[in-house]
Design a binder for this molecule. Structure first.
Ligand SMILES: [Zn+2]
Length: 59
């Protein structure tokens, strides 16, 4: 198991830790930021999880 992860900084300022998982079946989906922007999208034998690590400072 060597799942990889990286930090994605959205244009709204939120930071997401995106972790890639290999899965046995094909999956097509996407993760979206709370602002509506796409963090990551995939189509294939992988899926991603996005975890909020830094929220916007300003409301
Ligand atoms: Zn955002």
């Amino acid at each position: 198991m060597s799942d990889s992860s990286y930090v994605h900084e959205c244009s709204c300022g939120r930071k997401w830790k995106v972790t890639k998982h290999r899965i046995a079946m094909r999956d097509k989906d996407s993760e979206r930021c709370d602002c509506g922007a796409v963090i990551v999208s995939w189509n294939g034998g992988v899926m991603y999880n996005a975890k909020l690590i830094e929220d916007t400072k300003k409301q």
